[in-house]
Design a protein around this ligand. Structure first.
Ligand SMILES: Nc1ncnc2c1ncn2[C@@H]1O[C@H](COP(=O)(O)OP(=O)(O)OP(=O)(O)O)[C@@H](O)[C@H]1O
Length: 444
């Protein structure tokens, strides 16, 4: 359970809020403390008098009711709202007894607005406007706090924004947070991976087409920009956008209009554009692969996602977060990490960043035989190369590792292609991956 010093009104969420619920509460001005039945920490959050509980009975209902009882012993008379779902065992005596004492029962499948309104109706002062919560994304490091501050500042500003960062650092998550905290949050959020769009369909996907405009266009199609009107468009891997689509994107940014393929009619669209890249766009501009004018248009506001290795203190926190979330669905034996596993995680360079951490933790949770996850379960060595950060040997090792990771990424994790680019054999690439603990399936 997370703890926090309380002032103003807060929600004690018994269970685990979804990303939408978490941001929805934040936006509505509520501080949220999570009392998670799946967490191995038994302490209750310190929430003071200005608290109301939301008891999430959609999953782990019995455990949630037990936490509610403990909460009410510490805070007699605390009001609570029940969130129910199709899996709520309403016939269970514990749950049946508890339900009539709730202030309100909300169907968890209904919109978040119902819950927000119920919270607003609850006795007590209305919550303060969004406060300076130290962190919006999971994590507590100085790097992530600074990022959270910037997300909060940039969210309401109607300007394009460029998110940079290595793969798996949470660029899309940051984009969703920006949208959720913006005045557009009730409008669509369209996430498009430009690198995954077939070159001949990019324009049609983004801007739509008229019937008969090209072979195969058997019906009119509305593109992402038009269907996200009023909301936010997130263009991931913007560096992969072909030059002709870049020209049209520039027009959206400059004039706020699009044209469907096969039509000369301009259509007004009102979207905020967020873009992300893990490649150096300045370099792409200098090589003529990316329009300079588009780059300057997009680069008005900039967020840099820190790599996990720079987020001191967050690795363990995120690892436990992923383990708790996984246990909630799969009830695994593993509950925490051994001391050596924590050391190994902190020493590892995490080339795949948060995504790799999540994948390794989930895999470890499945295979661990014990309550404590070991370095072996995580496929990490307790004795990593290059952990003596100051030595020349360590500098060489990390340069070698970085070169391989960059090349693997540039080769879309194709070993033959990577070997060709590095001018070594495939066997050498495999050997180097093993040496540097680069698990290809985790990185992909
Ligand atoms: N702070 C965080 N808390 C919880 N989960 C996170 C966090 N940051 C990232 N993740 C998770 O890590 C995974 C990768 O995040 P995301 O897709 O946002 O990264 P990305 O930088 O956009 O990756 P790519 O460059 O490959 O597109 C996702 O499953 C996401 O839910």
């Amino acid at each position: 359970m997370s703890r926090g010093e309380m002032s103003g009104r807060c929600v004690v969420w018994v269970g685990r809020p979804s990303v939408e619920e978490h941001f929805g509460l934040l936006r509505a001005g509520w501080r949220t403390l999570v009392a998670d039945p799946a967490s191995q920490n038994e302490a209750l959050p310190e929430c003071g008098d200005a608290a109301i509980a939301v008891v999430d009975l959609r999953a782990s209902a019995l455990a949630a009711v037990r936490i509610l009882h403990a909460l009410r012993e510490n805070y007699p008379g605390i009001a609570w709202i029940g969130l129910t779902g199709s899996r709520t065992p309403a016939h269970e005596p514990l749950v049946r007894q508890a339900l009539p004492q709730a202030l309100e029962i909300i169907d968890g499948a209904s919109s978040f607005t119902a819950l927000r309104q119920a919270l607003q109706r609850a006795p007590g002062d209305a919550p303060a406007p969004i406060e300076n919560r130290p962190s919006i994304l999971t994590g507590d490091s100085p790097a992530i706090r600074m990022l959270s501050q910037n997300i909060r500042k940039f969210a309401p500003v109607e300007l394009p924004l460029l998110i940079t960062g290595e793969t798996g650092t949470g660029k899309e998550m940051a984009a969703r947070a920006l949208h959720q905290l913006s005045p557009r949050h009730e409008q669509p959020f369209a996430a498009i991976n430009c690198g995954a769009l077939p070159a001949n369909l990019v324009q049609s996907e983004l801007f739509g087409h008229e019937r008969g405009s090209f072979t195969g266009a058997t019906a009119r199609r509305i593109g992402h920009f038009e269907s996200a009107d009023g909301g936010t468009v997130f263009l991931d891997e913007i560096g992969d956008l072909p030059l002709d689509a870049q020209t049209n994107l520039l027009r959206v940014l400059q004039e706020g209009t699009i044209e469907r393929i096969g039509s000369c009619q301009s259509i007004k669209v009102d979207v905020r554009v967020l873009a992300a890249t893990h490649v150096d766009l300045e370099k792409a501009v200098s090589q003529g692969r990316f329009r300079e004018d588009l780059f300057y248009r997009l680069n008005v506001l900039r967020l840099r996602m820190p790599p996990l290795r720079e987020r001191n203190g967050d690795i363990e926190l995120l690892a436990q977060y992923f383990l708790d979330a996984f246990r909630e669905s799969y009830g695994t034996r593993a509950r925490a990490f051994s001391t050596t596993a924590r050391k190994a995680m902190n020493a590892f360079a995490w080339p795949g960043n948060v995504r790799e951490l999540m994948n390794r933790v989930q895999r470890a949770a499945v295979i661990a035989d014990d309550a404590l996850i070991t370095p072996e379960d995580l496929e990490l060595s307790a004795d990593l190369p290059g952990t003596d950060r100051d030595s020349l040997g360590s500098a060489r090792t990390s340069a070698e590792r970085e070169a391989i990771v960059d090349c693997l990424r540039a080769s879309a994790f194709n070993i033959s292609e990577c070997a060709r680019r590095l001018r070594v054999s495939r066997v050498t690439v495999y050997r180097l991956c093993k040496k540097h603990q680069l698990a290809l399936d985790q990185l992909r």
